[in-house]
Design a protein around this ligand. Structure first.
Ligand code: SF4
Ligand code: SF4
Length: 74
């Protein structure tokens, strides 16, 4: 089962690049000054991007999915 990828709010993203630098899987890149999940297969759902984005522009919906505890077997 695939988890939902982090979502970037273009209206909030200021292009600081923090998420690009800290993403352990290099899943995020800046395109036209906005963060984009360019390598979704590299995302390991650590949620660091959401935790450290100074603009709260990245949201990790999978946290909610995992926190629910229902239907997950791994
Ligand atoms: S850390 Fe936040 S504001 Fe900075 S580039 Fe990433 S999404 Fe945009
Ligand atoms: S959740 Fe972690 S691995 Fe996925 S894009 Fe954010 S920082 Fe990168």
């Amino acid at each position: 089962m695939e988890l939902a990828l982090p979502e970037v709010d273009d209206g909030k993203c200021e292009g600081c690049g923090d998420c690009v630098r800290l993403c352990p899987g290099h899943a995020v890149a800046l395109i036209a000054g906005k963060a984009v999940i360019v390598l979704p297969e590299n995302c390991d759902y650590c949620a660091d991007c959401e935790a450290f984005c100074p603009s709260s522009a990245i949201r990790c919906p999978f946290e909610i999915v995992m926190g629910d505890g229902a239907g997950e077997d791994s």
